[in-house]
Design a protein around this ligand. Sequence first.
Ligand code: SAJ
Length: 424
Amino acid sequence: IDVVIVGLGYIGLPTAAILASNNVHVVGVDVNPATVDAVNAGEVPFVEPDLSIYVAGAVKNGTLRASTEVPEAGAYIIAVPTPFQDDHSADLSYIEAAARAVAPQLRGGELIVLESTSPPGTTEHLAQYLIELRPDLSLDGADGRPALLLAHCPERVLPGRVMIELVTNARIVGGITPAAAERAARLYATFCQGEILTTDASTAEMAKLVENSYRDVNIAFANELSLISDRLGIDVWELIRLANHHPRVNILQPGPGVGGHCIAVDPWFIVAAAPEQSRLIRTAREVNDGKPAWVIERVREAVARTGATSVAALGLAFKANIDDLRESPSVAIVEQLASALPEVTVSVVEPHVSALPAQLDAPNIALTDLDGAIAASAVVVLLVDHDAFVSLRSADLSGHVVIDTRGFLGRADATTFQPLNTTV
Ligand code: SAJ
């Protein structure tokens, strides 16, 4: 076996499939037997364009198989979750469990890559943990003990384009030692056509966190402008559009808050690592996390003013034109609105899902269609700038109080705002 990948999720399985399709012999390991059975049958347990073609082809060719047990291999890639806990620090227990599964197979000389998004110092922690488990091995060959090569290689692929971006994106490879970085760079070069940039492990860990924090801070700036503008009676959308005519100004768009499983999480890993120094990054998180409560307050004011018995809530996804509801501020807004106003019906419109998530299982929340929701509701809150809502721009909304959290209705362009760094 050339490579073992521990964790067959959104990153591990595509990486296994792309390596295997380049004639590398790969075993994918997962604790979930259903995932293992699916992969061995050439099937994919989640939706990602083209992934099933790669998996089915590699399984048929015999270069990919899955198992619940870790076999011996020349290289190991760990791609398990690192969720954040109530105190905002990362839960490293999945990484430690992966290390315990890999440790008995090691003889020295193997490459071990951590791909999971991790706080700075995690690869070093993994390295020390492996040496604790295997004191007969080392990280530098000291005392004649065979060395392990440890590296961090964060992914930056965009869901929906994973099979393309795995090949075309530049990769940062950070080694615990320069030799480890070199060895990891050689492995990624088997399928990655982008630039492969080598550094140390902590810098690689930080690079991933910093990319997402940069975006979070910029979105927080836009969200703060929306609060200031509301206070001063200024149209924030016009304000930003005008300011962005300056050649060196590029303000992002305010919204109902920041969602998704990366940008709302990763900055906290930096704050947890250096709390005293991370004042701006922490405040940005707080500004963005505070936005849903501000939106709810605006809706409550409108309901009180109009005596509305129904509110139309347009969009649940965490951003435009996707069906992903994870960590979505819109879901939180609908949930809290319905519980704060039990006598009001919240008519949710989300064309990308066929049922409401369990979190929104309440007697006064209903999934409905756009025309029905608007007709029934004196108050309309637009939460996601889906293309499916474009018809509202020419609709007669007089008689409704409209709270447009995305500045969607006044936008001249028919298509939605495209975030920077994305090419979909
Ligand atoms: N948002 C705004 N205003 C904006 C831009 C975005 O409110 O001007 C909101 C969105 O509505 C959404 C959230 O921010 O709720 C995040 O959306 P996004 O499109 O900025 O990012 P993600 O979470 O889909 O993907 C990010 C990307 N990172 C960067 O752009 C630096 C992607 O390249 C990463 O691969 C991904 O995180 C990841 O996996 O880390």
